[in-house]
Design a protein around this ligand. Structure first.
Ligand code: HMG
Ligand code: MG
Length: 313
Protein backbone atom coordinates (compact mmCIF):
# COMPACT_ATOMS: atom_id res chain seq x y z
CA UNK A 1 0.00 0.00 0.00
CA UNK A 2 1.48 3.37 -1.05
CA UNK A 3 1.45 5.74 1.90
CA UNK A 4 0.22 9.13 0.72
CA UNK A 5 -1.03 12.00 2.80
CA UNK A 6 -4.77 12.37 3.23
CA UNK A 7 -7.02 15.40 3.31
CA UNK A 8 -9.76 15.65 5.90
CA UNK A 9 -12.74 17.82 5.03
CA UNK A 10 -14.23 19.15 8.24
CA UNK A 11 -18.00 18.66 8.47
CA UNK A 12 -18.53 19.84 12.06
CA UNK A 13 -20.09 23.19 11.23
CA UNK A 14 -22.58 21.76 8.73
CA UNK A 15 -23.28 18.01 8.93
CA UNK A 16 -22.37 18.26 12.61
CA UNK A 17 -24.40 21.20 13.84
CA UNK A 18 -27.36 20.62 11.48
CA UNK A 19 -28.59 17.84 13.78
CA UNK A 20 -28.04 19.50 17.15
CA UNK A 21 -31.01 20.43 19.34
CA UNK A 22 -29.10 23.37 20.76
CA UNK A 23 -28.68 25.91 17.94
CA UNK A 24 -25.37 27.78 18.03
CA UNK A 25 -25.20 31.46 17.12
CA UNK A 26 -22.98 32.71 14.29
CA UNK A 27 -20.19 33.96 16.58
CA UNK A 28 -19.87 30.58 18.30
CA UNK A 29 -19.83 28.85 14.92
CA UNK A 30 -17.07 31.18 13.68
CA UNK A 31 -15.11 30.50 16.87
CA UNK A 32 -15.52 26.75 16.20
CA UNK A 33 -14.12 27.30 12.69
CA UNK A 34 -11.23 29.36 14.07
CA UNK A 35 -10.29 26.61 16.54
CA UNK A 36 -10.44 23.95 13.81
CA UNK A 37 -8.27 26.08 11.54
CA UNK A 38 -5.77 26.58 14.36
CA UNK A 39 -5.64 22.78 14.59
CA UNK A 40 -4.75 22.67 10.89
CA UNK A 41 -8.10 22.29 9.05
CA UNK A 42 -7.73 23.54 5.49
CA UNK A 43 -11.11 22.53 4.09
CA UNK A 44 -14.26 23.34 6.06
CA UNK A 45 -17.93 23.26 5.19
CA UNK A 46 -19.15 26.33 7.04
CA UNK A 47 -22.90 25.78 6.77
CA UNK A 48 -25.81 25.35 4.39
CA UNK A 49 -28.03 27.63 2.33
CA UNK A 50 -31.05 25.39 2.73
CA UNK A 51 -34.54 26.33 3.88
CA UNK A 52 -34.50 27.40 7.56
CA UNK A 53 -37.96 25.81 7.81
CA UNK A 54 -36.33 22.48 6.99
CA UNK A 55 -33.07 22.87 8.93
CA UNK A 56 -33.30 25.77 11.43
CA UNK A 57 -29.81 25.00 12.75
CA UNK A 58 -28.29 26.29 9.50
CA UNK A 59 -29.99 29.70 9.66
CA UNK A 60 -27.31 32.38 9.95
CA UNK A 61 -24.95 30.66 7.51
CA UNK A 62 -24.45 33.92 5.59
CA UNK A 63 -23.29 35.63 8.80
CA UNK A 64 -20.90 32.74 9.55
CA UNK A 65 -19.43 32.94 6.04
CA UNK A 66 -19.09 36.71 5.98
CA UNK A 67 -17.43 36.76 9.42
CA UNK A 68 -15.01 33.97 8.47
CA UNK A 69 -14.13 35.71 5.19
CA UNK A 70 -13.61 39.01 7.03
CA UNK A 71 -11.22 37.31 9.48
CA UNK A 72 -9.37 35.83 6.52
CA UNK A 73 -9.15 39.20 4.78
CA UNK A 74 -7.82 40.80 7.98
CA UNK A 75 -5.07 38.16 8.12
CA UNK A 76 -6.51 36.53 11.27
CA UNK A 77 -7.14 33.28 9.35
CA UNK A 78 -4.79 31.77 6.76
CA UNK A 79 -5.32 32.80 3.13
CA UNK A 80 -4.65 29.31 1.77
CA UNK A 81 -7.74 27.43 2.82
CA UNK A 82 -11.11 26.54 1.43
CA UNK A 83 -14.51 27.37 2.86
CA UNK A 84 -17.54 25.70 1.36
CA UNK A 85 -21.32 25.71 1.89
CA UNK A 86 -24.04 23.23 1.01
CA UNK A 87 -26.64 24.36 -1.56
CA UNK A 88 -29.72 22.39 -2.71
CA UNK A 89 -30.97 24.63 -5.52
CA UNK A 90 -30.64 27.92 -7.42
CA UNK A 91 -32.03 29.93 -4.51
CA UNK A 92 -29.32 28.50 -2.21
CA UNK A 93 -26.70 29.19 -4.88
CA UNK A 94 -27.75 32.85 -5.12
CA UNK A 95 -27.36 33.14 -1.34
CA UNK A 96 -23.94 31.49 -1.58
CA UNK A 97 -22.77 33.95 -4.25
CA UNK A 98 -23.99 36.87 -2.19
CA UNK A 99 -22.08 35.56 0.85
CA UNK A 100 -18.80 35.70 -1.09
CA UNK A 101 -17.91 32.03 -0.59
CA UNK A 102 -15.84 30.49 -3.41
CA UNK A 103 -16.91 26.87 -3.08
CA UNK A 104 -20.28 25.15 -2.77
CA UNK A 105 -21.43 21.55 -2.46
CA UNK A 106 -24.49 20.08 -4.16
CA UNK A 107 -26.11 16.87 -2.95
CA UNK A 108 -28.22 14.12 -4.47
CA UNK A 109 -29.50 10.86 -3.07
CA UNK A 110 -29.16 7.33 -4.44
CA UNK A 111 -32.63 6.34 -3.25
CA UNK A 112 -35.89 8.04 -4.28
CA UNK A 113 -37.49 7.93 -0.83
CA UNK A 114 -34.55 9.66 0.84
CA UNK A 115 -34.43 12.27 -1.92
CA UNK A 116 -38.09 13.05 -1.34
CA UNK A 117 -37.75 13.20 2.44
CA UNK A 118 -34.56 15.27 2.39
CA UNK A 119 -35.11 17.76 -0.43
CA UNK A 120 -38.73 17.19 -1.45
CA UNK A 121 -38.04 16.07 -5.01
CA UNK A 122 -37.04 13.03 -7.06
CA UNK A 123 -33.43 12.24 -7.97
CA UNK A 124 -34.03 13.38 -11.57
CA UNK A 125 -35.58 16.62 -10.38
CA UNK A 126 -32.59 17.25 -8.11
CA UNK A 127 -30.24 16.90 -11.10
CA UNK A 128 -32.44 19.38 -13.02
CA UNK A 129 -32.04 21.82 -10.12
CA UNK A 130 -28.26 21.46 -10.33
CA UNK A 131 -28.13 22.79 -13.92
CA UNK A 132 -28.71 26.46 -13.04
CA UNK A 133 -26.47 26.01 -9.98
CA UNK A 134 -23.62 24.77 -12.20
CA UNK A 135 -24.20 27.60 -14.70
CA UNK A 136 -23.99 30.19 -11.92
CA UNK A 137 -20.89 28.48 -10.53
CA UNK A 138 -19.18 28.76 -13.89
CA UNK A 139 -20.15 32.40 -14.29
CA UNK A 140 -18.91 33.32 -10.79
CA UNK A 141 -15.86 31.01 -10.81
CA UNK A 142 -17.09 28.98 -7.86
CA UNK A 143 -15.81 25.44 -7.30
CA UNK A 144 -18.47 22.77 -6.88
CA UNK A 145 -18.18 19.58 -4.86
CA UNK A 146 -20.86 16.88 -5.13
CA UNK A 147 -22.27 14.50 -2.55
CA UNK A 148 -24.10 11.28 -3.17
CA UNK A 149 -26.13 10.13 -0.17
CA UNK A 150 -27.45 6.70 0.82
CA UNK A 151 -24.74 5.01 -1.28
CA UNK A 152 -24.70 1.89 0.93
CA UNK A 153 -28.21 1.83 2.30
CA UNK A 154 -31.38 3.90 2.66
CA UNK A 155 -33.36 4.31 5.90
CA UNK A 156 -36.62 3.80 3.95
CA UNK A 157 -35.71 1.40 1.12
CA UNK A 158 -32.90 -0.66 2.62
CA UNK A 159 -30.37 -1.98 0.12
CA UNK A 160 -29.18 0.41 -2.60
CA UNK A 161 -27.85 -1.32 -5.75
CA UNK A 162 -24.17 -0.56 -6.53
CA UNK A 163 -24.97 -0.09 -10.21
CA UNK A 164 -27.29 2.81 -9.36
CA UNK A 165 -24.62 4.54 -7.26
CA UNK A 166 -22.04 4.10 -10.05
CA UNK A 167 -24.44 5.58 -12.65
CA UNK A 168 -25.26 8.55 -10.42
CA UNK A 169 -21.56 9.16 -9.77
CA UNK A 170 -20.97 9.26 -13.53
CA UNK A 171 -23.90 11.62 -13.92
CA UNK A 172 -22.62 13.92 -11.20
CA UNK A 173 -19.12 13.85 -12.65
CA UNK A 174 -20.50 14.93 -16.02
CA UNK A 175 -22.10 17.98 -14.38
CA UNK A 176 -18.56 19.27 -13.74
CA UNK A 177 -18.04 18.85 -10.01
CA UNK A 178 -14.38 18.68 -8.97
CA UNK A 179 -14.90 15.94 -6.37
CA UNK A 180 -17.63 13.47 -5.42
CA UNK A 181 -18.10 12.51 -1.80
CA UNK A 182 -19.62 9.05 -1.42
CA UNK A 183 -21.94 9.15 1.56
CA UNK A 184 -22.89 6.43 3.99
CA UNK A 185 -25.63 8.69 5.33
CA UNK A 186 -26.97 6.28 7.94
CA UNK A 187 -23.74 4.42 8.79
CA UNK A 188 -24.62 0.96 7.49
CA UNK A 189 -21.61 0.27 5.26
CA UNK A 190 -19.13 -2.50 5.99
CA UNK A 191 -15.59 -3.11 4.71
CA UNK A 192 -16.74 -5.61 2.10
CA UNK A 193 -19.21 -3.15 0.59
CA UNK A 194 -16.69 -0.32 0.67
CA UNK A 195 -14.07 -2.33 -1.22
CA UNK A 196 -16.58 -3.51 -3.79
CA UNK A 197 -18.27 -0.13 -4.44
CA UNK A 198 -15.12 2.01 -4.59
CA UNK A 199 -13.45 -0.45 -6.98
CA UNK A 200 -16.42 -0.03 -9.32
CA UNK A 201 -16.56 3.74 -8.86
CA UNK A 202 -12.87 4.05 -9.75
CA UNK A 203 -13.63 2.69 -13.19
CA UNK A 204 -15.94 5.60 -14.03
CA UNK A 205 -14.59 8.49 -11.92
CA UNK A 206 -10.83 9.00 -11.35
CA UNK A 207 -10.07 7.94 -7.78
CA UNK A 208 -8.43 11.35 -7.18
CA UNK A 209 -11.91 12.85 -7.54
CA UNK A 210 -13.52 10.52 -5.00
CA UNK A 211 -13.98 11.26 -1.32
CA UNK A 212 -15.53 9.10 1.40
CA UNK A 213 -18.14 10.30 3.88
CA UNK A 214 -18.92 7.84 6.66
CA UNK A 215 -21.39 8.26 9.48
CA UNK A 216 -20.43 6.07 12.43
CA UNK A 217 -23.82 4.69 13.48
CA UNK A 218 -22.59 1.09 13.70
CA UNK A 219 -18.95 1.72 14.63
CA UNK A 220 -17.63 0.72 11.20
CA UNK A 221 -16.45 4.12 9.98
CA UNK A 222 -12.71 3.83 10.77
CA UNK A 223 -12.49 0.35 9.23
CA UNK A 224 -14.38 1.65 6.18
CA UNK A 225 -12.03 4.64 5.87
CA UNK A 226 -9.00 2.37 6.00
CA UNK A 227 -10.53 0.16 3.32
CA UNK A 228 -11.31 3.16 1.10
CA UNK A 229 -7.70 4.33 1.64
CA UNK A 230 -6.42 0.92 0.47
CA UNK A 231 -8.51 1.28 -2.68
CA UNK A 232 -6.87 4.67 -3.32
CA UNK A 233 -9.20 7.28 -1.79
CA UNK A 234 -7.31 10.14 -0.12
CA UNK A 235 -10.05 12.60 0.87
CA UNK A 236 -12.22 11.86 3.91
CA UNK A 237 -15.06 13.80 5.50
CA UNK A 238 -15.16 13.90 9.29
CA UNK A 239 -16.63 15.96 12.04
CA UNK A 240 -15.00 17.07 15.27
CA UNK A 241 -16.19 14.93 18.18
CA UNK A 242 -18.34 12.88 15.80
CA UNK A 243 -20.96 15.63 15.85
CA UNK A 244 -24.20 15.45 13.99
CA UNK A 245 -26.19 13.42 11.54
CA UNK A 246 -28.92 14.14 9.02
CA UNK A 247 -32.27 15.33 10.39
CA UNK A 248 -34.04 13.53 7.52
CA UNK A 249 -32.26 10.18 7.97
CA UNK A 250 -33.88 8.54 11.02
CA UNK A 251 -31.41 6.76 13.29
CA UNK A 252 -28.30 8.22 11.65
CA UNK A 253 -25.46 9.04 14.04
CA UNK A 254 -22.82 11.71 13.45
CA UNK A 255 -19.91 11.65 11.05
CA UNK A 256 -16.83 9.74 12.05
CA UNK A 257 -14.89 11.90 14.54
CA UNK A 258 -12.04 13.95 13.04
CA UNK A 259 -9.72 13.22 15.97
CA UNK A 260 -10.34 9.43 15.70
CA UNK A 261 -9.42 9.53 11.99
CA UNK A 262 -6.29 11.60 12.68
CA UNK A 263 -5.23 9.21 15.48
CA UNK A 264 -5.49 6.25 13.10
CA UNK A 265 -3.63 7.84 10.18
CA UNK A 266 -0.96 9.40 12.39
CA UNK A 267 -0.29 5.96 13.87
CA UNK A 268 0.26 4.65 10.34
CA UNK A 269 2.70 7.48 9.56
CA UNK A 270 0.24 9.06 7.12
CA UNK A 271 0.12 12.85 7.15
CA UNK A 272 -3.21 14.59 7.73
CA UNK A 273 -1.92 18.15 8.25
CA UNK A 274 -3.89 18.26 11.51
CA UNK A 275 -2.59 18.68 15.07
CA UNK A 276 -4.17 15.89 17.11
CA UNK A 277 -3.75 17.54 20.51
CA UNK A 278 -5.29 20.79 19.28
CA UNK A 279 -8.30 18.85 17.95
CA UNK A 280 -8.67 17.04 21.28
CA UNK A 281 -8.57 20.42 23.03
CA UNK A 282 -11.67 21.54 21.08
CA UNK A 283 -13.72 18.58 22.35
CA UNK A 284 -14.56 19.89 25.89
CA UNK A 285 -15.28 23.37 24.52
CA UNK A 286 -17.74 21.96 21.99
CA UNK A 287 -19.49 19.64 24.47
CA UNK A 288 -20.06 22.66 26.69
CA UNK A 289 -21.54 24.65 23.78
CA UNK A 290 -23.93 21.90 22.68
CA UNK A 291 -24.57 20.75 26.25
CA UNK A 292 -23.91 17.03 25.86
CA UNK A 293 -21.00 14.64 25.34
CA UNK A 294 -19.94 13.54 21.88
CA UNK A 295 -19.20 10.02 20.60
CA UNK A 296 -15.53 10.55 19.65
CA UNK A 297 -13.28 8.04 21.40
CA UNK A 298 -10.00 9.98 21.20
CA UNK A 299 -11.74 13.29 21.95
CA UNK A 300 -13.10 11.83 25.18
CA UNK A 301 -9.93 10.23 26.58
CA UNK A 302 -7.13 12.03 24.70
CA UNK A 303 -3.69 10.62 23.93
CA UNK A 304 -2.13 8.29 26.52
CA UNK A 305 0.55 10.68 27.77
CA UNK A 306 3.28 8.13 28.74
CA UNK A 307 3.11 6.81 25.18
CA UNK A 308 3.81 10.26 23.77
CA UNK A 309 3.28 10.82 20.07
CA UNK A 310 1.14 8.32 18.19
CA UNK A 311 3.52 8.06 15.24
CA UNK A 312 5.45 4.83 14.53
CA UNK A 313 8.91 4.78 16.13
P1 HMG B 1 -39.46 22.94 -0.76
O1 HMG B 1 -40.40 23.27 0.38
O2 HMG B 1 -39.86 21.86 -1.71
O3 HMG B 1 -39.06 24.26 -1.57
O4 HMG B 1 -38.05 22.59 -0.12
P2 HMG B 1 -39.81 25.19 -2.54
O5 HMG B 1 -38.94 25.42 -3.70
O6 HMG B 1 -41.24 24.70 -2.77
O7 HMG B 1 -39.89 26.55 -1.70
C1 HMG B 1 -40.61 26.62 -0.47
C2 HMG B 1 -40.06 27.78 0.36
O8 HMG B 1 -38.70 27.56 0.70
C3 HMG B 1 -40.09 29.11 -0.38
O9 HMG B 1 -40.27 30.13 0.60
C4 HMG B 1 -38.70 29.24 -0.93
O10 HMG B 1 -38.27 30.56 -1.14
C5 HMG B 1 -37.88 28.63 0.19
P3 HMG B 1 -41.74 30.71 0.94
O11 HMG B 1 -42.24 31.24 -0.37
O12 HMG B 1 -42.55 29.54 1.48
O13 HMG B 1 -41.44 31.74 1.99
N1 HMG B 1 -36.59 28.10 -0.27
C6 HMG B 1 -35.43 28.36 0.34
N2 HMG B 1 -35.12 29.09 1.42
C7 HMG B 1 -33.82 29.15 1.78
N3 HMG B 1 -32.84 28.51 1.10
C8 HMG B 1 -33.10 27.77 0.01
C9 HMG B 1 -34.46 27.67 -0.40
N4 HMG B 1 -35.06 27.03 -1.42
C10 HMG B 1 -36.37 27.30 -1.32
N5 HMG B 1 -32.12 27.15 -0.63
C11 HMG B 1 -35.65 22.52 -0.19
C12 HMG B 1 -36.95 22.25 -0.93
C13 HMG B 1 -34.54 21.89 -0.97
C14 HMG B 1 -35.45 24.02 -0.06
C15 HMG B 1 -35.77 21.89 1.24
O14 HMG B 1 -36.18 20.57 1.11
C16 HMG B 1 -34.48 21.93 2.00
O15 HMG B 1 -34.00 22.98 2.37
N6 HMG B 1 -33.88 20.73 2.30
C17 HMG B 1 -32.58 20.67 2.94
C18 HMG B 1 -32.48 19.43 3.74
C19 HMG B 1 -31.11 19.35 4.35
O16 HMG B 1 -30.39 20.33 4.49
N7 HMG B 1 -30.71 18.12 4.74
C20 HMG B 1 -29.43 17.89 5.36
C21 HMG B 1 -28.28 18.05 4.41
S1 HMG B 1 -28.00 16.65 3.33
C22 HMG B 1 -27.04 15.57 4.28
O17 HMG B 1 -26.87 15.78 5.45
C23 HMG B 1 -26.32 14.42 3.60
C24 HMG B 1 -24.82 14.68 3.39
O18 HMG B 1 -24.18 14.97 4.61
C25 HMG B 1 -24.15 13.44 2.76
C26 HMG B 1 -24.45 12.14 3.47
O19 HMG B 1 -24.33 12.04 4.70
O20 HMG B 1 -24.84 11.20 2.75
C27 HMG B 1 -24.59 15.86 2.44
MG1 MG C 1 -23.59 13.42 6.07
Amino acid sequence: MKKNAVVIVEMGLRDGLQNEKHVLDADTRVEFARRLITAGSKRLELGAFVSPKWVPQMAGTSEVVSKALALQKAGDLPKKMEFSVLVPNERGMMDAIESGVKEVAIFAACSESFSLKNINCSIDESFERFKPVMALAKKHKIKVRGYLSTCFGCPFEGKVPEARVVKLAERMNKLGVYEISIGDTIGVANVGQVESLFKKLKKVVPVKKLAAHFHDTRGQALANILEAYKVGVRVFDASLGGLGGCPYAPGAAGNVATEDVVYMFQGMGIKTGLDLQKLIDIYPWMTEKIQHTLPSKVGKVGILKPLGAVTPS
